[in-house]
Write a protein that binds this ligand. Structure first.
Ligand SMILES: [Zn+2]
Length: 180
């Protein structure tokens, strides 16, 4: 059976778990049920006028030094678009309203945090800017930014397969748009 990612019961402090499924752990002594649910996260694919993508090099674990996209966990009271806008502003300094982000795809990911690979559902959004002249990186989160033609993004260097897949989806969409 699956191992509980919870160390102690949040209700009674016990640590005797009954795994009811891969995502449900029940406290033996008190019966309190703890669940693993997908954590919603927003991911931003920001393009310039020449269809070049803004890629970040991650400044922290997981995936320190590997490539990524601006993004993060959606906070309470936020929509996914608001989170995409906020994370883009925080990580690379680009100020865009939530309405600038249009939906691309939802993709599953696993995010290692405090010893457990939490499932996330990455909601991916596309936004456009004229150019990347206003990029200001947040050094605690981002080592550097790269600007890549969509076809040339080195997908194998990404920390998360879900980010690479989002870029593949965007490539496919741009190709079909150009074919019209
Ligand atoms: Zn308990």
């Amino acid at each position: 059976m699956a191992e509980s990612p919870f160390k102690f019961c949040s209700n009674c402090g016990g640590n005797d778990w009954i795994a009811r499924s891969v995502r449900e752990f029940q406290c033996g002594p008190c019966g309190h049920r703890h669940f693993i649910t997908s954590i919603p996260a927003a991911v931003a694919l920001v393009l310039d006028a020449e269809d070049r993508l803004l890629v970040i090099r991650r400044g922290h674990e997981p995936g320190l030094g590997r490539l990524g996209l601006p993004g993060g966990v959606i906070e309470p009271e936020e929509t996914a678009e608001m989170a995409a806008a906020r994370e883009t502003q925080e990580e690379v300094g680009i100020d865009l309203p939530a309405s600038a982000f249009t939906y691309l795809a939802s993709l599953n990911n696993r995010y290692l945090f405090q010893g457990y690979e939490w499932p996330t559902i990455d909601l991916c959004y596309v936004a456009r800017v004229p150019d990347f002249s206003r990029v200001v990186i947040q050094p605690s989160e981002v080592m550097e930014t790269l600007v890549c033609a969509l076809e040339d993004v080195p997908l194998e260097e990404f920390a998360f397969k879900s980010n690479a897949e989002a870029i593949r989806r965007l490539r496919a969409r741009q190709t079909s748009v150009r074919a019209l």
